[in-house]
Design a protein around this ligand. Structure first.
Ligand SMILES: C=C(O[C@@H]1C=C(C(=O)O)C=C[C@H]1O)C(=O)O
Length: 126
């Protein structure tokens, strides 16, 4: 995958002053981290240990997000089916606007994009 922050493999940010942002070495070399630190992106043991610890929580959060995402989509589909079976509309745009605004207020422009994906997950593309 393309790395951001400078030309591939340059090892510096665009102005050359920022932190090093180079991809992991593809194969064993002098600069490769010790085996216990592999995959953390640093050869410094204390930093590698902290990164591994934080990643445990990140993985928990990701699992919860995926589960909540799927639950929300199923509930949204159920609302749509219930409404249509009762002669109602498939969508309620005023409610979708409220949700978009909720996410925008909390997270800014990325929140709007996230809410659009959430809404789409529950009803498919328009
Ligand atoms: C779930 C509903 O139906 C649709 C889906 C929505 C959603 O995923 O949040 C919101 C509005 C509706 O277009 C609802 O009306 O609450």
């Amino acid at each position: 995958m393309e790395q951001s922050g400078g030309p591939a493999g340059s090892g510096t940010t665009p102005n050359g002053t920022g932190p090093v942002d180079r991809p992991e070495p593809a194969s064993a070399s002098a600069s490769e981290p010790a085996p216990g630190n592999r995959g953390t992106g640093t050869a410094e043991p204390a930093a590698a240990a902290r990164i591994a610890e934080i990643r445990v929580r990140i993985d928990e959060i990701d699992r919860a997000l995926i589960e909540l995402w799927q639950e929300r989509a199923a509930l949204s589909r159920e609302v749509g089916a219930t409404r249509m079976a009762s002669g109602g509309t498939r969508l309620v745009l005023s409610r979708e606007q409220e949700i978009l605004e909720r996410f925008r207020a909390a997270l800014g422009a990325d929140g709007t994009q996230l809410a659009l994906l959430l809404l789409r997950a529950g009803r498919g593309p328009l």
